[in-house]
Design a protein around this ligand. Structure first.
Ligand code: FAD
Ligand code: FES
Length: 277
């Protein structure tokens, strides 16, 4: 093969490819779930770079997956997300990825005598949705799963039908909470106020904690867990940093010497605690 032929066969991992939007679900006024045709293997907690030519590009977590598709639950906040909200079923969305380190679901979290606590804040429920559904569909792989999922108010609550389904699952224990208001099916107060309800003492040594949400929420949730005796090496968090290339080239995601796009977004807490601003 000559040099030109070698160059022609090189794979450009930065090149966004067109993918068809299969359906759009309105979760809340500001958050929609887009189901997109996609057939590459993915892991729970990974993300893709979504783009629209001449509009922009942004990292978005994979919130669902199935045969021939992935889902993205997107909060409309700026240029790219507004552009995606203008798309419809049948439209084309550009993607590259999947990227990043994932929740160690099968490697560490799963086990018939293992317990898992998931704490999410707001849209942070999206990056753990595939993990929740993994254990919902494979109940023999977990002893118990606790979910504490907080929202600002009831109008921002995501995945209503699925949350109800998880609440009814035999091994699931769910606490849904609103920051300062009341609504049927919800407790009131920040997620940190509910962590003490988790029976860590009955878990022995076999448990892990996964936390995802805004950085202060993750920081204070981890501190609350540790106050209750959880060792820091049982805690995992997912960091949403500003990203541009997602492949360790541009430095946009870099905190100290850590490239969050490569080593994250899911990080073990002993490493993550050095990265909070
Ligand atoms: C690994 C990872 C996973 C993620 N997963 C998800 C997910 O599942 N769902 C989701 O909704 N989001 C997710 N995000 C966040 C998402 O990537 C960002 O919200 C992204 O910035 C959206 O791009 P945008 O072009 O729409 O918004 P941008 O235009 O980048 O705006 C983002 C925010 O910055 C503000 N802003 C923009 N420009 C300026 C300026 N000049 N001055 C001041 N403020 C400004 C905007 O008001 C807005 O609040 C994830 C991020 C990471 C890193
Ligand atoms: S996003 Fe470019 S180095 Fe991480």
């Amino acid at each position: 093969m000559n040099e030109q032929q070698q160059f022609d066969t090189m794979v450009n991992i930065m090149k966004p490819e067109p993918h068809k939007i299969l359906s759009v679900t309105h979760e809340t006024q500001a958050e929609f779930t887009f189901r997109v045709a996609f057939d590459k293997p993915t892991h729970n907690g990974q993300f893709c770079m979504l783009s629209i030519p001449k509009v922009g590009e942004a990292p978005i977590s994979i919130s669902g997956k199935g045969d021939g598709y992935v889902e993205f639950t997107i909060r409309k906040v700026g240029r790219l997300t507004q552009g995606v909200f203008d798309l419809r079923e049948g439209s084309t969305l550009f993607l590259r990825g999947p990227y990043g380190h994932w929740w160690p679901v099968e490697e560490t979290f799963a086990g018939e005598d293992h317990h898992l606590l998931i704490i999410s804040g707001g849209t942070g429920l999206a990056p753990v949705r595939t993990t929740l559904n993994y254990f919902y569909n494979n109940p023999d792989q977990i002893a118990s799963l606790y979910l504490i999922s907080g929202f600002k108010d009831v109008s921002g609550a995501l995945f209503n039908e699925e949350r109800e389904k998880w609440s009814k699952a035999e091994k699931f224990h769910t606490i849904y909470t609103l920051d300062a208001s009341e609504a049927p099916g919800f407790e009131t107060g920040m997620v940190t106020a509910h962590i003490s309800k988790v029976p860590f003492d009955s878990f022995g040594d076999n448990y892990n904690v996964a936390i995802v949400g805004p950085p202060p929420m993750m920081h204070f949730s981890a501190l609350e867990c540790m106050k209750l005796g959880v060792p820091e090496d049982k805690i995992w968090v997912s960091f949403e940093r500003k990203m541009s290339c997602a492949v360790g080239k541009c430095g946009h995601c870099k905190i100290n010497e850590t490239y969050v796009c490569l080593e994250g977004p899911v990080l073990h807490y002993p490493k993550a605690r050095t990265l909070f601003d």
